[in-house]
Design a protein around this ligand. Structure first.
Ligand code: PLP
Length: 426
């Protein structure tokens, strides 16, 4: 076969998570209805929300020219002007931010936004130095891990672990271990965090924003699950933005992952550079997601759906999954679940588990329960933090709680059973 460039070798030859997703897909296909698929980040099909998409497609088709415009035109690389303006007005109204369409760029999904952002901010600089993205807290979203076109791009700091009661815990940013050296290009966090369901507090975000601005580097906040949409965030928090903060959003978790619509909110220079990269890599963006939601943003319907349908749906699923966990795990079994403050997952920690999370994953897969082993979410050059050595990264799994209740119950029962067995037999 051909020799590949560094880019080709890094991006074109698979990845750990790519293999895992493949593995999950095959197991799902082989197992059919028996399988408990608790591994993905797929939003639920909420009937009331799916009905809105159907209605919007009908409305678009009914107005002469609208469908033709959305399907038949290249839009500017930063996105459709009406969509960007509607979003800017929403942020002005909702949060009092002084932003305009010049602060908003559309990308083909949030994932692509991160590829572009990370590779413009970090990597090799013209003077020969290299810079990295700092993850101030891990575990963090696995989708970032393999996005560098050159060498390892992330440095990460272990969290502080706060044990809460007998069976809960919460990660906190370990600010004492967090040092912004010259080779840090930007700070990045997802809020709510995939995989842990953590929501960094307003105080933590304020301190990170302050550190970033003192050091003249951006703070990237990934709001894929957050405010104002889809609003899968169960704690009281205030979204923040300023010239030094880059906020990313997405239409995926609202229920439109198939439209591939990501949103970057940043200062004008950054937005111009995102638009430039989009035009080089892909000419323009996909239009349908923007066409579907623009009137829903203008009328406030999208916010109302987020507050009254989407958020309660996921919060209810989270409460239900936690209740089932309490039922199926023996109280004496060493298990802890991260505070479920947002996103679509329970993050389970089995302290002193005699087997690794990778082995637990295999045993669960053999019983048709598909989860994601936790070690994938601890990546980058990890800065030694509060507790060394550290087994924690091999003691956790992520499970999605968006499935129907019987599947969540079946999955959690088998997880509890396998954890119990591991303790009994090793
Ligand atoms: N950020 C986080 C934390 C995610 O979980 C995801 C998807 O799962 C994304 C970004 C990217 O989503 P999309 O590319 O569909 O917008």
């Amino acid at each position: 076969s051909w020799n590949l460039s560094e880019f080709g070798q890094r991006l074109g030859r698979g990845s750990g998570i790519g293999n895992l997703m493949d593995d999950l897909g095959h197991a799902l296909a082989a197992g059919g209805d028996r399988v408990c698929m608790l591994g993905g980040g797929q939003p639920a099909h909420i009937p009331q929300i799916d009905a809105v998409w159907r209605r919007r497609i009908e409305e678009i088709s009914a107005v002469p020219g609208q469908l033709e415009h959305a399907l038949g035109n290249y839009e500017p690389p930063a996105g459709n002007m009406a969509f960007r303006t509607a979003l800017a007005k929403l942020f002005q109204r909702q949060f009092g931010w002084s932003i305009g369409p010049e602060n908003v760029a559309v990308t083909p999904g949030g994932q692509t936004a991160f590829f572009l952002l990370f590779n413009t901010m970090a990597g090799r600089f013209p003077d020969g130095t290299t810079k990295k993205i700092l993850l101030p807290i891990i575990p963090e979203y696995i989708g970032y891990a393999n996005q560098s076109v050159a060498e390892e791009m992330f440095v990460a700091v272990r969290p502080k672990i706060e044990r809460i009661g007998q069976h809960r815990f919460k990660y906190r940013v370990d600010f004492e271990s967090l040092e912004i050296t010259d080779d840090i290009a930007a700070i990045c966090v997802s809020r709510p965090t995939n995989p842990s369901g953590n929501v960094l507090t307003d105080a933590e975000i304020a301190q990170l924003a302050e550190l970033a601005s003192q050091n003249g580097i951006p703070l990237i906040v990934d709001g894929a699950y957050g405010a104002p949409f889809p609003g899968a965030i169960f704690t009281e928090t205030t979204p923040v933005w300023n010239d030094n903060i880059v906020l990313t959003l997405s239409l995926s978790k609202v229920g439109l992952p198939g439209t591939r619509t990501g949103i970057v909110i940043g200062n004008e220079d950054l937005i111009r550079s995102v638009a430039s990269m989009t035009s080089i890599v892909g000419l323009a963006n996909t239009n349908m997601g923007q066409a579907i939601v623009t009137p829903l943003i203008e009328s406030g319907e999208l916010l109302q759906l987020s507050d009254e349908v989407i958020k309660p749906f996921y919060q209810q699923k989270s409460i239900e999954a936690l209740r089932i966990a309490e039922e199926v795990f023996d109280d004496s079994l060493p298990y802890r679940i991260h505070q479920s403050e947002g996103a679509f997952f329970l993050w389970l920690w089995f302290e002193d588990l005699p087997i690794t999370s990778a082995e637990l994953y295999e045993r669960l897969k053999a019983r048709d329960v598909l989860v994601v082993p936790g070690h994938h979410f601890f990546f980058g050059d990890v800065i030694e933090g509060v507790s060394t050595p550290w087994k924690h990264h091999e003691e956790c799994i992520r499970m999605t709680f968006t499935m129907p209740e019987p599947k969540v119950r079946q999955g959690l029962s088998i997880i509890a059973d396998e954890v119990r067995r591991a303790h009994q037999q090793g």
